[in-house]
Design a protein around this ligand. Structure first.
Ligand code: NAD
Length: 507
């Protein structure tokens, strides 16, 4: 199979249910997605799923999951082959897929390409786990056995955001399919083409019809219908904390299992003994990757007062050498933000920061020039001396805006790091490793990097403390989150009248 290239715009998208593309636009709504770097270009044209399509997609996934085990749930050979082949097809189509992502969300092409191989890595990693979701067993004193098995949780509703469409979907799809679940995937409307392409690749890799269904829809009703559907056993959601809370509430009516990967307000702590050249590189990468639109992005620099000036000068020098512009240009580091609403939201934060008298040290608005007038661009921005209670130090901006706070003691640094509702990631820069470990133990976040930023590997975990979510993705933990544990008790006594029965029965 070949992914359509950027000369074939607009990409055509429609729901996929039991292997069939539903292209009947007459009875469904449609959605057209513009290129965020050039809003006059329509990139994707989508026939959206109806509520009836969501029900049909869930039923299709149910039919396979509840059908003959040899077809899917117990067919380890097929599942391993599907995951491996998906990884291979992602790699084979890297250029076209990277261009698609670049056009749909404005991700710079130099970031889009490695993002595709990162998604392939996840499929290949979990291919190695197919048939290996080991349980445990214990023998009782009377010879009876208790086996505790990990079984697939069932039909999984996968709801994903737009910011890393292949990798985020991969982190849910790969472990779900590895253990034998079936899925219904609801993408962000901004990335309908990317997510549809992943579903097409899974089919081309040999996933039977109905294993992976696809229900695009811009209306919140589509995701909400999935979270409420009694045919869904688990919701695996990545998105904002506000929507995550709604998902949790809706899923609780049918006691669905949920994993929620939500927002962050991630601190980067730079101590006075840090290697400042390395810290400046790591910090600049970690905060402006994908124009700050990454859940684990650094959004608060918490820096020791004695190195504040030198560190920020170094960051400014690095930023001066990086290009903001067309995402399709390989020299570009920063593209546009994803949508007009997001651009307006970020600029709103900056307007309020100015009105509150905060010091915008660098950037702070829309870049000037014709090259930026047709897209949703925002300058990389650093706001200095932000009070810890200010919204810029507390709320997720999800854009290229760094809030700078200062500390003097380690206790102060830890208190500032923990002083938000979130707990997704944190970075610690120090040349004293023991100090780094001590601080890491005290910061309440799911992932802590010491002398690095934004490293993500399938072998490690991803997930949040506090309002950043529940559950863990990647690693064997991501696999376990797609399973239920079942006990099978086998009698080892052979007795017709067991001691337990005497609590009720007579000999
Ligand atoms: P969002 O919450 O607006 O949307 C996420 C998904 O939920 C989309 O597919 C959307 O259509 C769907 N949705 C909207 N309303 C719904 C409802 N009522 N019920 C069910 N589904 C619904 O988030 P977004 O703008 O697409 O993504 C950005 C957010 O995602 C940021 O907050 C970011 O931090 C977070 N994020 C978290 C992680 C992580 O791993 N923790 C990763 C990436 C992004």
């Amino acid at each position: 199979m070949a992914t359509p290239g950027p000369t074939q715009l607009p990409y055509r998208v429609s729901p996929v249910i039991a292997g069939e593309s539903i292209t009947d636009a007459a009875s469904r709504s449609s959605y057209r997605r513009e290129n965020p770097a050039d809003v006059h270009q329509i990139v994707t044209d989508t026939v959206e799923a109806s509520l009836a399509d969501v029900r049909a997609a869930v039923q299709a996934a149910r039919d396979i999951f509840d059908g003959p085990p040899a077809n899917w749930t117990q067919n380890t050979q097929l599942r391993r082959q599907v995951l491996l082949e998906t990884g291979r097809l992602l790699r084979e189509n890297t250029e076209a897929l990277a261009q698609m992502m670049c056009l749909e969300i404005g991700m710079p092409i130099r970031l889009s390409r490695p993002h595709i191989s990162a998604a392939a890595d996840v499929f290949e990693f979990y291919a190695g786990y197919v048939g290996k979701s080991y349980g445990s067993a214990i023998q009782l004193p009377d010879g009876s056995m208790i086996d505790m098995l990990r079984e697939p949780v069932g039909v999984v509703g996968i709801i994903v955001p737009w910011n890393f469409p292949f990798k985020q979907a991969a982190r849910k799809l790969a472990p779900a399919l590895a253990v034998g679940c079936t899925v219904v995937v609801k993408p962000s409307p901004y990335t309908n083409a990317c997510t549809q392409e992943l579903i097409r690749i899974l089919a081309a890799a040999g996933a039977p019809d109905g294993v992976a269904n696809f229900v695009p829809g811009a209306s919140p009703e589509i995701g909400a219908a999935l979270t409420a559907d009694p045919g869904v056993d688990k919701i695996s959601f990545t998105g904002s904390t506000g929507v995550g809370v709604m998902v949790q509430k809706s899923a609780s009516d049918t006691l669905k299992r949920t994993s929620l990967e939500l927002g962050g307000k991630n601190p980067c702590l730079v101590f006075e003994d840090a290697d400042l050249a390395a810290a400046a590189n790591g910090l600049t990468f970690g905060m402006f990757l994908n124009s700050g639109q990454a859940c684990g992005s650094v959004s608060r620099l918490i820096v020791h007062r004695s190195v504040h000036d030198e560190l920020l000068t170094r960051v400014e020098e690095i930023l001066a050498g990086l290009r903001l512009g067309s995402p399709q240009d390989s020299a570009t580091s920063f593209g546009p933000v994803v949508a007009k609403s997001q651009q307006e939201r970020i600029l709103g934060f900056l307007d309020r920061a100015r009105a509150d008298g905060l010091s915008i040290r660098i950037g702070g608005g829309v870049p000037a020039g014709a090259a930026y007038s047709n897209g949703y661009f925002v300058e990389p921005t650093i706001v200095d001396d932000v009070p810890p209670t200010h919204e810029l130090a507390q709320d997720e901006v999800f854009g290229p805006v760094l809030a700078v706070l200062q500390f003097e003691t380690d206790d102060e640094a830890v208190a500032l790091a923990n002083d938000t509702a979130f707990g997704l990631t944190a970075a610690i820069w120090t040349t004293d490793h023991a100090r780094g470990l001590r601080v890491a133990r005290r910061v309440r976040a799911g992932t802590i990097w010491i002398n690095d930023n934004y490293q993500q590997n399938p072998e490690g975990i991803w997930g949040g403390y506090k309002m950043s979510g529940t559950g863990r993705e990647l690693s064997p933990h991501g696999l376990y989150d797609m399973t239920e544990v079942k006990e099978i008790y086998s009698d080892g006594t052979g007795l017709a009248m067991k001691p337990l029965y005497r609590q009720v029965l007579n000999d």
